[in-house]
Design a protein around this ligand. Structure first.
Ligand code: NDP
Ligand code: 8X3
Length: 252
């Protein structure tokens, strides 16, 4: 029988690559996001037997709860939750910061992750089986100039990952944290309010990670033997030795 995974933020980037890789490896996948059209395209491509979609804004607890309870009973036996939905918005000094940006990052990256995890962890706990994979960031291990609130939310994800692991171990639920450095996705476009040129420049002059690199790490983590848990993975581009430090060759 196929396992069931739910991937939040599966409409682009790391989440989409992860959903695809899991489908290629005999999982059925519930994909979530706000962009209904992308969700529907994804489901059409892989079929309703293998893909369910849930369209909700993860910042809104009622939307999250109402969406999750609509899942058919046979889709609630979730084996793997990938908490991936997230964003950075803005890059600048905290004392010049925009509280709309702060709220969106805190509500999405921290509170949204908690809303989904609470429901799904209870389903896993009842079955004494499951695996939660939280997509943190190198920004959750270190702090870089102008990253302030984004870094704070990802430090919170790191702390919650450790807390979940401690609190769920007695129920046979594994918890893994995966912390990437720079991955070229829609991340920088979102961070810079849709400015494609500025976003593109982030990834010029070095070989960034791609979404498939992180999907690969998620699949590695969830395909270990039952007694083996991958606690934590930090995955960086070779040219990025630390948060906010990238060696670029701009004349290549
Ligand atoms: P993308 O912008 O490509 O993807 C973000 C995903 O999150 C989208 O599917 C988006 O879906 C979803 N999402 C964002 N806000 C909400 C919301 N309010 N409600 C529901 N879904 C939401 O970026 P990435 O793939 O790069 O990012 C995925 C994760 O990886 C994030 O947590 C990010 O912080 C983390 N990360 C990214 C790195 C990078 O360099 N790219 C490095 C380290 C970590 P939709 O817009 O349809 O709602
Ligand atoms: C994003 C990682 O290094 O691009 O979470 O800020 S980095």
């Amino acid at each position: 029988m196929k396992k069931i995974a739910i991937v939040t933020g599966g409409t682009s980037g790391i989440g989409e690559a992860t959903a695809k890789l899991l489908l290629e490896n005999h999982f059925k996948v519930i994909v979530t996001g706000r962009r209904a059209e992308r969700l529907s395209e994804f489901q059409q491509k892989y079929g309703t037997d293998n893909v369910q979609t849930l369209c909700f804004d993860i910042q809104n607890e009622n939307e999250v709860l109402n969406a999750l309870i609509t899942l058919p009973e046979e889709w609630k036996t979730i084996d793997v939750l990938v908490n991936n939905a997230g964003l950075a918005w803005g890059l600048g000094k905290f004392f010049e910061g925009n509280s709309n940006h702060w709220n969106a990052m805190i509500d999405t990256n921290v509170k949204g992750l908690l809303y989904v995890s609470k429901v799904v962890a209870n389903w896993m706990k009842d079955r004494r089986l499951g695996h939660i994979v939280n997509i943190g960031s190198i920004a959750g291990k270190e702090v870089y100039m102008n990253g302030n609130v984004y870094c704070a939310t990802k430090h919170a994800v790191d702390a919650l990952t450790k807390a979940m692991r401690i609190e769920l171990a007695e129920y046979n639920v594994k918890v893994t944290g995966i912390h990437p450095g720079a991955v070229e996705t829609e991340f920088s476009e979102v961070r810079f309010d849709g400015d494609k040129e500025r976003a593109k420049a982030v990834y010029q002059g070095f070989e960034n990670l791609i979404a498939d690199d992180i999907a690969d790490a998620v699949f590695y983590s969830v395909s270990r033997k039952p007694h083996v848990n991958i606690n934590d993975l930090v995955i960086m581009p070779t040219a990025q030795p630390a948060a906010g430090v990238i060696f670029k060759r701009l004349n290549d």
